[in-house]
Design a protein around this ligand. Structure first.
Ligand code: APR
Ligand code: PHB
Length: 389
């Protein structure tokens, strides 16, 4: 097979990239290791920045998101007792959209056939070749047969564990990483949310988050030690812990119900540089990971792809390679600011094993300052809604 851009990975990054390129007439083929159902089975965060919803609108694929998504004007930070509201609409003039990543992925997948976006699912042994030159190619095995796609560029959108980043030689690679000494235990349940907005809570017992997917489906998380197992957390124990950590006001409105899904995810900050090597361009989790505090993961993937699609369209339509050459620097500037925000919010809201009473007082003083300062709230709000592209 031959195409202009071979995209590896059909997560949000790969699907958005493929659609944006296709919409401007660029040829693209997406190669995905899993089945469509498997990709849609992953439960992930669900807060979209304006830059992300704008991309869906630009593609003309935002109808279901606007019909079923929940626009939010604010969210809360809690310190165990009170709720501090961050009024993002008043402070920034913007909203965020609560719409599950799974749903956004479903919309992009569903529209692929009619938009001429070819996706090859269940491709095994995907490998990248000759990425340093201008005729790279991808090989994989489909139904037991070896196949090959020749392309001008490869979009490496295959997440943190995919082969794309590893195709960049260690001699040019730089890795930056923080691994946090705890995870998030998440529960999804068909019960109404305890608050119409999100609550991020810092309790002496650890972090908790009250989120949602719809008016009848809630998503909650508690911080847990890394060696904890899901089996250690029967539903009742988890609801009890959430009620304590989220504070009295949220607890009073919390409706309990059986878990539809329950899992533990580790937290990590990670950046890989550079995001381009020759004809290979990385986007999304293949190049960087943020801890989920602040829900920047999907939004960063979307902003990478906004830059990358512009660069590639310029290359194919105008023969101008400057965008491609500048892609890594441009994307990384925004990536690092989102890394900074997620890291700061993680440090502010979690209990770290090494923290002593002084650190705890510092967190509480920080939260008290935020409660009383419009300047501090504005800083948080403008990062939460997403920095401009
Ligand atoms: N070959 C082909 N596809 C692969 C391979 C491989 N060897 N390895 C991984 N993939 C696919 C995965 O199956 C997945 O569907 O690449 C896709 C990567 O998708 P995501 O992990 O969702 O990453 P990305 O699209 O960058 O999205 C970033 O989504 O993953 C969340 O938390 C993340 O919210 C963030 C956002
Ligand atoms: C979620 O709803 O899953 C969610 C929301 C906000 C976050 C992280 C996760 O910061």
């Amino acid at each position: 097979m031959k195409t202009q851009v071979a995209v590896i990975g059909a997560g949000p990054a790969g699907l958005l990239l493929a659609h944006l390129l296709r919409a401007e007439g660029v040829e693209v083929i997406v190669v995905e290791r899993s089945s469509a159902d498997h990709v849609l089975g992953r439960i992930r965060a669900g807060v979209l920045e304006r830059t992300t919803t704008d991309l869906m609108d630009r593609l003309g694929l935002g109808a279901r998101m606007h019909a079923e998504g929940l626009p939010h004007d604010g969210f809360h930070l809690a310190d165990g007792e009170r709720l501090i509201r961050i009024d993002i609409a008043k402070l920034t003039g913007q909203q965020v959209m609560v719409y599950g990543q799974t749903e956004l992925t479903r919309d992009l997948m569903a529209a692929a056939p009619e938009r001429g976006v070819e996706i090859i699912y269940e491709a095994a042994d995907v490998a990248l070749h000759d990425v340093e030159g201008d005729a790279p190619y991808v090989t994989f095995v489909q139904d037991g047969q070896e196949r090959r796609i020749d392309a001008r560029f490869i979009g490496g959108c295959d997440g943190f564990h995919g082969p794309s980043r590893r195709a960049i030689p260690e001699t040019v690679a730089r890795h930056f990483e923080r691994v946090y000494p705890f995870g998030w235990l998440g529960i999804l349940a068909d019960v109404p949310p305890c608050n119409h907005e999100l609550i991020y809570a810092n309790h002496a017992r650890g972090f908790a988050l009250a989120s949602m997917r719809s008016p009848t489906r809630s998503r909650y998380y508690v911080q847990v030690p890394l060696d904890e197992r899901v089996e250690d957390w029967p539903d009742e124990r988890l609801w009890d812990e959430l009620a304590i950590r989220l504070g009295p006001e949220a607890a009073a409105h919390m409706v309990r119900g059986p878990a539809i899904e329950k899992s533990i995810a580790p937290l990590r900050s990670y950046v890989f540089e550079p995001m381009r090597h020759g004809s290979l361009l990385l986007a999304g989790d293949s190049a960087h990971i943020v801890p989920p505090t602040g829900a920047k993961g999907l939004n960063l993937a979307a902003s990478d792809v906004a830059y990358l699609s512009d660069a590639l369209i310029r290359f194919f339509m105008a023969g101008d390679g400057d965008g491609v050459a500048g892609y890594s620097d441009k994307a990384l500037a925004r990536v690092w600011k989102a890394e900074r925000f997620s890291w700061q919010l993680t440090r502010l809201m979690h209990r770290f094993p090494e923290n002593d009473a002084f650190d705890r007082r510092m967190q509480l003083a920080d939260l008290d300052y935020i409660a009383s300062s419009v300047a501090a709230q504005t800083t948080i709000a403008e990062n939460y809604v997403g920095l401009p592209l």
